[in-house]
Design a protein around this ligand. Structure first.
Ligand code: GTP
Ligand code: MG
Length: 196
């Protein structure tokens, strides 16, 4: 296995707090509880790097992790979490939008969708939004360890239709399934878009 380093750099709320060293960034977005922080931990081989929780709404700020001193993985707060008061939900939405819009170092947004739940309108809106702003995206269909092969084939078809994309990788943070495919995609995108 390739040796790599990963460390937490900062939590941010607004553009003035974001890193300024122009290293390429990969963002993890999706509904609350879809598995963003868990996937980030698996991709970096570091269990407790990003905090995870069984109750939605764990990640409340934009968290930047520096990988191999070259790339930021950006863990975003989730959307679609009904139990959070409306004002806070709106503030999170603004925070995420404020990051995704006009973020020059952002090279790829990984949109996470729980494989047990068909994509919701909020996921569609997010995907349309990424397309509208020309942000390359990859859908990660998460928690595949929880469903059968047949269910997975069906989930892949539904996801492709609803989110209008062929860029989907099924994965599991529990078994590591799909990890290498996602890392390959990340490395391809970065190799094609060197910054600095
Ligand atoms: P927010 O920060 O609230 O937006 O959530 P998140 O998208 O970061 O989700 P998180 O990684 O915290 O995971 C939510 C729950 O799902 C946790 O209980 C995880 O252990 C569980 N989980 C995440 N990925 C997987 C997976 O691949 N398989 C299984 N079985 N459980 C998973
Ligand atoms: Mg999280």
């Amino acid at each position: 296995m390739r040796k790599s380093s990963a460390r937490f750099v900062k939590s941010a709320k607004q553009a003035s707090d974001f890193p300024r060293d122009r290293k390429p960034e990969i963002a993890f977005c999706g509904r609350s509880n879809s598995g963003k922080s868990s996937l980030l931990n698996v991709l970096t081989n570091s269990r407790g790097l990003a905090r995870t929780s069984s109750s939605p709404g764990r990640t409340q700020l934009i968290n930047f992790f520096l990988i191999d001193e070259t790339t930021y993985y950006v863990d975003l707060p989730g959307y679609g979490f009904a139990k959070v008061p409306k004002g806070i939900r709106e503030a999170w939405g603004e925070m995420v939008e404020g990051y995704l819009r006009n973020r020059e170092p952002l090279k790829l947004a990984i949109l996470l969708v729980d494989s047990r739940v068909p994509p919701m309108q909020s996921d569609q809106v997010m995907k349309e939004w990424l397309d509208h702003f020309g942000i390359p995206s990859l859908v990660a269909l998460t928690k595949c360890d929880k469903i059968s092969r047949n269910e997975l084939s069906k989930a892949l078809r539904t996801c492709a239709e609803t989110l209008q994309t062929k860029e989907i990788i099924a994965c599991s943070a529990t078994t590591g399934f799909g990890k290498e495919a996602i890392l390959k995609k990340i490395h391809d995108v970065i190799d094609r878009n060197p910054t600095q």
